[in-house]
Design a protein around this ligand. Structure first.
Ligand code: PBG
Length: 332
């Protein structure tokens, strides 16, 4: 549909921009705290809130500090928290067995959040990278990332998360067939209402750099992730991946990274009309914080403008490290 415009001066498009009240009335997109999913990093130990140097304002929390964070988020109206574990070299192995341990730090954090704030939706990360000795999302055999054996492990990992009380399973590994396998596993185990938010269109991106520091994967990672994550040049392929994952039982889909891929968000929403999310990833956060830290940009305004962009591009919500700060800003 082409917007109608009368000839000047019958139409003066500045009329509806002339005051704050008019601008509010004609605003096409709303941003609220309910649109936000807050990713947090958890780690072993006690009483620890350790800053992540490449992500100013973000910390790694020991599990005993997670309940307080969840209560704070709930008070701000944030509906969901996504848990990412930091693992030191000592908990990384070739068989990644810690990934499906019921008592790994991620699963303990899930239980802590659900105990403190039962209404908070808890999202997980399903991928082997935080437990893998080589930092990859899948098992490596003879220098190759192997698909099907990885999928079996991912199912075990997802089931352990569902057992711990997760509401939203977030496979971020980009193996083929994992959504169907996880969905079947959840149904068979009686977790009919556990949802899957598939990282369906996840690109092989340099914007993940600070995250890999945060979870301890940077020094572990050998090579790159281009045989499983997408080529940033591709758009049609994203639609095929989304369709495939929806067919396999994904309830919601995600595009990642966010800001450089808003065209993908819009295509996904227009094509499928399904709950669509974007991940404003660590590098996007770090860029804004770094520029703001130098006084080169207004960080708060940039934060809100960038989040509004996701909503305008058709996203239902955004995973963002800014979640608490943005929710505080929106409340004012
Ligand atoms: C791992 C995973 C990554 C992110 C989320 N899950 C990193 C990667 O794929 O290397 C990145 C998130 C961010 O950069 O904020 N499976």
């Amino acid at each position: 549909m082409k917007p109608k415009v009368a000839p000047f001066p019958m139409a003066r498009l500045r009329r509806t921009r002339a005051s704050g009240a008019l601008r509010a009335l004609v605003r096409e997109t709303q941003l609220s705290a309910e649109d936000l999913i807050w990713p947090i990093f958890v780690r072993a130990g006690e009483g620890i809130e350790e800053p992540v140097p490449s992500m100013p304002g973000v910390v790694r929390r020991s599990v005993d500090r997670v309940a307080d964070a969840a209560r704070m988020a709930a008070d701000l109206g944030i509906p969901a928290i996504c848990v990412f574990p930091y693992t030191g070299p000592e908990s990384r192995t070739e068989d990644c067995a810690e990934a499906w341990s019921p008592d790994n730090n991620a699963n303990r954090a899930i239980r802590a959040i659900k105990a403190a704030v039962p209404d908070m939706a808890v999202m997980t990360d399903v991928a082997l990278d935080t437990y893998n000795i080589n930092g990859h999302d899948g098992f490596v055999e003879n220098g190759q990332i192997v698909n099907d054996r990885t999928v079996d492990a991912l199912v075990r990992m997802a089931l352990a998360q569902a057992e711990a009380g997760a509401d939203i399973i977030g496979p971020s590994d980009m193996m083929d067939g994992r959504i169907g396998a996880i969905r079947r596993g959840l149904e068979e185990a009686g977790h009919q209402n556990v949802t899957i938010l598939s990282y369906a269109a996840k690109y092989a991106s340099a914007f993940y750099g600070p995250f890999r520091d945060a979870v301890g994967a940077s020094s572990a990672l050998t090579g790159d992730k281009k045989t499983y994550q997408m080529d940033p040049a591709n758009s049609d392929e994203a639609l095929r991946l989304i369709e495939r994952d929806l067919d396999e039982g994904a309830d919601m889909v995600m595009v990642k990274p966010g800001m450089p891929y808003l065209d993908i968000c819009r295509r996904v929403k227009d094509t499928f009309g399904v709950p669509t999310f974007a991940y404003q990833v660590s590098g996007e956060y770090a860029m804004i914080q770094a520029a703001a830290g130098h006084g080169w940009v207004d960080g708060e305004k940039l934060m809100i403008e960038s989040l509004m962009g996701f909503k305008r591009a058709g996203c239902n919500g955004v995973l963002t490290y800014f979640a608490p700060e943005a929710a505080r800003w929106l409340r004012r």
